[in-house]
Design a protein around this ligand. Structure first.
Ligand code: GLN
Ligand code: ZN
Length: 764
């Protein structure tokens, strides 16, 4: 019998119940008990529905009110000192770690968040030191296992493994220099032993222990730790399914397959090529192999035939009793159910599977592989064949012209006409900017009025013409403000944009949007990524009208504002039938047309934001070059179609460039702006050492807080920057866009920025 399993499920609830309840609790509108009740209802919904789909191994313990890594820290007593001693309840302390707390005389910032591997989910980073006093404060795995059991549902609890937990952590402030979190393994193992012993006593027969760091290069150095940890744990635990996802095990397979566990899970969605090696390594062992054939990362229907083929191959080698059919990872990264979508056409709906539909998929595939003669299974198999066939024919009949255009891209199209040094001289005359030009990153405050106007337009309460008039008025007032405050290179303020990716997706051919496709980004913050469904093209100009309008009301130069191809791709659900590279190039060509049109409309500087280039880096270093090559090429393709006089800008919301400097240089943007106010000058030192040659605007103040930077403070920053960077390359700007800020602090902050720049012009 081939079993089916789901590795984890979205926590939000089909109608965003958990998000709403958590926020209501933060706002003091409901009690902790009421919050617990809502959470229990959603867990019940998840378990009963996964079970109803016929899944054998149902996950528990992975539900979270904020983040599952934070759940482990709270449970293991890995709580930084600054959260203690305020008399907070366990729940409030937990939320304080996740999001900070500023109330009733308590003022603590949140713990750091980091991206969960290469997904857009963020986890709360454990802070660890020799003083960390691990103990089991509560056993969430047992609690949720029992909670499900009380509903008559047998589950397989999920726990994040000790080695991944430690490696994902960072040294706490009080940690000694050189401290490495993994050194705490001997102290942490007793806690895991207790956790797993209790789980076994509660009746769990198997447990899913996640060790996703096994797909990273650095796990290669942890063989000894893996071997000792799992030798200890397997003595007390229920049957352990060691679970990896998001990538391939590569050489780590050799020791992973020898660990004394009951089974190993591999991701065949991200790394289908690892099946053969894994089968060979697992065959001589008693291990069960769990095959992640249903993607936990995208929203496409699984091709049953293809999945069955992989499953059959594994069965032929290991026998059906040693094979599990599973989702590739937790379904956390997909929306709850397609059933909530009423606006997608029937044809489109038939392409997708969200979390609940994916649960059904693993069950059906496992039934087929178990030799089921069930008529319903047969008809589902037949239906899937039809759906996949329809999707394939849609794909092949998609936009041929776009594909031909991509294959006709010549190396020339990636290059500006002249090298940067020549362009800089031409642009100097053309734009006539002063020394140390001041500019902003694009957006100005998205006020309540702007959001209300957009909502009214969407509800049909105002006409398109009325809305457009409103936007023009907004743009004009933002332009007047920038003139008044004395900025040099102006922007239109982006009032017309709901989101920097969605806005473009909605205007491009090849995207669809969901009504309820929420995916967790962090805590209670969820996003609804657009879905790329076919070849991407630009039917008509997207931003020209607004940029041209903005330019028409001022004599100062106006900077056009676009989101880059790699960022649009990374913040959408991509197609699964063609490479990311092809999709990025198609986006790049669409943007190239926009860039050319903006220049024709009289815009003399254009910023193409690429904040997601770095986060799209593959998990394995050996894959970086290939990615960076097409990512940078896509940016160049989007921006190189203009004359030397057009000044191209790009923007990044991070400053840790260390590893990718050559690629940043190769973008060949005339000006880049980066988030820098919180980093020390080491960053600019690296730019200097690397010999970065183009213009650069390191942010002079943090825009994530309402705090107004003083004039002197900005002067000091500029002075420090000029110790390192040559005068003629420096732009002066904030860290990032201002859309989340209020007008009041924006006005004073920018006035101080301009005053500091004027001072610098006198001094240097
Ligand atoms: N132009 C965008 C803005 O100013 C850039 C946002 C971003 O980098 N995330 O809002
Ligand atoms: Zn930014």
């Amino acid at each position: 019998m081939v079993l089916s399993s789901v590795l984890g499920f979205p926590r939000i609830g089909a109608n965003r119940e958990v998000k709403k309840a958590v926020e209501a609790y933060w706002g003091g509108k409901i009690s902790a008990d009421e919050l617990t009740k809502v959470a229990a209802e959603v867990k019940k919904y998840n378990w009963t529905n996964i079970k109803a789909k016929g899944v054998d191994l149902i996950p528990s313990g992975e539900f979270s009110l904020y983040d599952h890594v934070l759940d482990h820290s709270a449970s293991f007593n890995a709580i930084p000192k600054r959260y203690l001693g305020h008399g907070l309840s366990a729940l409030d302390m937990y939320f304080a770690m996740g999001r900070g707390r500023q109330a009733d005389g308590v003022d603590v910032p949140a713990c750091e968040m980091k991206k969960w591997f290469d997904s857009n989910y963020h986890f709360v980073v454990p802070e660890l030191s020799d003083e960390t006093d691990f103990k089991l404060n509560f056993n969430k795995a047992v609690e949720e296992y029992n909670e499900a059991k009380a509903l008559g549902i047998e589950t397989r609890p999920v726990v994040l493994g000790p080695i991944s937990y430690l490696v994902l952590g960072k040294p706490a402030r009080e940690a000694k220099p050189g401290f490495q979190p993994i050194s705490l393994l001997p102290k942490l193992l007793p806690v895991y032993k207790q956790l797993l012993t209790e789980l076994k006593a509660a009746g769990a027969t198997s447990v899913q222990i996640d060790e996703p760091i096994l797909v990273l290069d650095q796990a290669a150095y942890l063989e000894k730790q893996y071997s000792s940890a799992y030798t200890e744990l397997s003595q007390v635990a229920p049957k352990i399914i060691l679970t990896t996802y998001f990538g391939r095990l590569d050489s780590n397979l050799q020791f992973a397959a020898k660990l004394p566990v009951a089974g190993l899970h591999i991701d065949l969605d991200r790394a289908p090529g690892q099946l053969d090696d894994t089968l060979a390594a697992v065959k001589p062992t008693p291990l069960i192999l769990s095959l992640g054939v249903v993607s936990g990362r995208n929203i496409w229907k699984t091709d049953f035939q293809a999945a069955i083929k992989l499953g059959q191959k594994a069965i032929d080698t290991l026998g059906g009793d040693r094979v599990i059919i599973a989702t590739s990872s937790s379904l956390l990264h997909t929306p709850v159910t397609l059933a909530s979508e009423n606006k997608l056409s029937a044809e489109q709906k038939d392409w997708f599977s969200f979390a609940l539909e994916k649960a059904s998929e693993v069950a059906v595939i496992a039934s087929v592989l178990s030799g089921s003669q069930d008529a319903q299974v047969a008809s589902l198999l037949e239906e899937n064949k039809k759906s996949i066939g329809a999707r394939r024919s849609f794909e092949t009949n998609s936009n041929d012209a776009v594909r031909r255009r991509v294959s006709a891209v010549t190396p020339d199209m990636l290059n500006r006409k002249s090298p940067f040094a020549v362009r800089m001289e031409v642009q100097k005359k053309h734009l006539d900017l002063p020394k140390f030009p001041t500019t902003t990153i694009g957006s100005f405050p998205q006020t309540k009025e702007i959001r209300t106007a957009r909502a009214k337009l969407n509800k049909g309460e105002i006409s398109q013409a009325e809305y457009d008039k409103f936007i023009e008025k907004e743009i004009e007032s933002v332009v007047r403000f920038q003139e008044k405050v004395g900025l040099d290179l102006l922007v239109h303020g982006e009032p017309e944009r709901n989101d920097m990716v969605q806005y473009f997706g909605e205007q491009l051919e090849g995207f669809v949007f969901t009504q309820n496709g929420w995916v967790q980004s962090y805590g209670s913050r969820y996003v609804r990524p657009p879905i790329i469904v076919s070849d991407v093209s630009r039917p008509t100009p997207m931003t020209v009208r607004w940029s041209a309008y903005a330019q028409s009301v001022t004599k100062k130069p106006m900077k056009g504002m676009l989101t880059g191809p790699v960022t649009i791709l990374n913040w959408s659900f991509p197609r699964a039938d063609v490479s990311r590279e092809l999709q990025a190039k198609q986006l790049a060509l669409a943007l190239r047309d926009e860039v050319v049109d903006l220049e024709k409309a009289g815009i003399s500087a254009i910023q193409v934001d690429e904040p997601a280039i770095r986060e799209g880096l593959p998990l394995r270093r050996s894959d970086w070059d290939a990615y960076l090559t097409w990512a940078v090429d896509s940016f160049r393709l989007a921006t190189a179609g203009v004359s030397d006089a057009l000044q191209t800008h790009s923007h990044f919301c991070y400053s840790d460039f260390g590893d990718i400097f050559p690629s940043i240089q190769r973008l060949d943007a005339d000006v880049i702006s980066i988030e820098a106010s919180k980093s020390d000058m080491k960053l600019l030192q690296t730019f200097k050492e690397y010999g970065y040659s183009n213009e650069i605007g390191p942010g002079v103040y943090d825009i994530h807080s309402p705090r107004v930077p003083g004039e002197q403070e900005i002067k000091d920053r500029i002075a420090a920057m000029l110790e390192i960077l040559p005068d003629h390359l420096l732009f002066i700007n904030p860290d990032c866009g201002l859309k989340t800020r209020g007008w009041k602090e924006t006005e004073t902050s920018l006035a101080n920025l301009v005053a500091a720049a004027r001072w610098a012009r006198q001094q240097y």
